[in-house]
Ligand binder design. Structure first.
Ligand SMILES: [Zn+2]
Length: 336
């Protein structure tokens, strides 16, 4: 199928679900935010945000290069609750102050490459996906987005968990939005107490059950997320044995390691692993990836590729995405 034919004849497909981890934000913002503020990793978060004195005040001076382990030690002790709260405030403030660069970013490409029947599930606290969504929402109908571990930009009403900017008012009842908590790296994260987090997981699981394709981008599935990975896996297999569906992993770690990490999601053992977003199905066929894959499966002939331009100019990127989206009617979607 030619690119023009694919773009002009969009079909309704089952969802394409994308899972984002810290590696995705790092790939999208290797030089940090608009002011050059670096994105921390778990190995340098304590150093970058200067948390050593706070940990030291709680008697934790070693092992700060493993924030997950250090924080878990702190969180296990009720007498250190105020130190824990201080650390959480500092981390929140650092991420919340980050600004999206003015140029076209990988996250602009990502949100513009998916349709409203698709979804992004992110574990990241940084504000870049939220901000990319906000500045592209008038260009084309965008995917659903769920922040499974909370996010520094979002708040939600206790009763009506549609997320919005922190400080806004609930569109249903007018109450001011309470910040959605960031879920820290402790073994048993609470996915049920906060109304937004619970609703996000519920919708995410339904979408994953229905998904035709799953793309995992820069998510390391750390030991502290064992519960989350188990929920994702159960949902992925809840409606299908996944003999024919597709999973693609975008990650810079060696493919043997990725096989080990994701083999439980792959009944056929076949993993599509690539190093960068530019080689992904989403990038090759923006807003049409599932359709292109189905075409290839049914005919044995690949679709011609139709990637968005490799430009730093946001306006140019948006115009190209708008031209593709102009051919789309409403997505059938699924009920979440
Ligand atoms: Zn409300």
């Amino acid at each position: 199928m030619q690119a023009r034919e694919l773009i002009e004849n969009p079909a309704n497909c089952r969802p394409h679900v994308v899972v984002l981890g810290a590696g995705a934000s790092l790939a999208a913002f290797p030089n940090g935010d608009a002011q050059g503020r670096r994105l921390p990793l778990m190995c340098d978060l304590a150093e970058l945000i200067e948390l050593a004195p706070l940990f030291a005040s709680a008697g934790i001076e070693q092992g700060l290069d493993d924030f997950e382990a250090a924080f878990a030690r702190l969180a296990s002790r009720d007498d250190l609750a105020s130190t824990r709260a201080h650390i959480e405030t500092r981390v929140h403030a650092y991420f919340a102050a980050m600004d999206l660069p003015a140029t076209a970013t990988l996250y602009d490409r990502l949100v513009l490459s998916l349709r409203p029947c698709d979804a992004i599930l992110t574990f990241n606290w940084d504000p870049f996906l939220f901000d990319a969504f906000a500045r592209n929402r008038h260009i084309a109908a965008l995917p659903l987005v769920y922040f499974l571990h909370g996010n520094v930009r979002i708040g939600a009403c206790d009763e009506h968990p549609q997320p919005s900017l922190i400080g806004g008012a609930c569109r249903t009842c007018g109450k001011s939005m309470a910040p959605v908590p960031l879920l820290y790296p402790v073994g048993n994260k609470d996915y049920t107490s906060n109304a937004y987090i619970a609703a996000a997981w519920s919708d995410a699981r339904k979408l994953l059950a229905e998904a035709l394709t799953l793309t995992v981008f820069g998510y390391a599935a750390p030991a502290s997320d064992a519960g989350a990975v188990s929920l994702l896996r159960d949902s992925w297999f809840s409606r299908s044995s996944r003999q024919f569906e597709h999973m693609q992993v975008i990650d810079i770690v060696p493919s043997a390691e990725l096989h080990l990490r994701w083999s439980k999601f792959l009944p056929t053992g076949h993993l599509h692993a690539i190093q960068g977003f530019e080689d992904s199905w989403l990038s090759l066929w923006p807003r049409r990836a599932n359709q292109a894959l189905l075409h290839t499966m049914s005919t044995g002939v690949p679709c011609a590729e139709s990637p968005l331009p490799q430009t730093h100019n946001l306006r140019e990127l948006q115009e190209c995405a708008a031209n593709i989206a102009a051919h789309e009617g409403p997505c059938a979607g699924i009920e979440t």
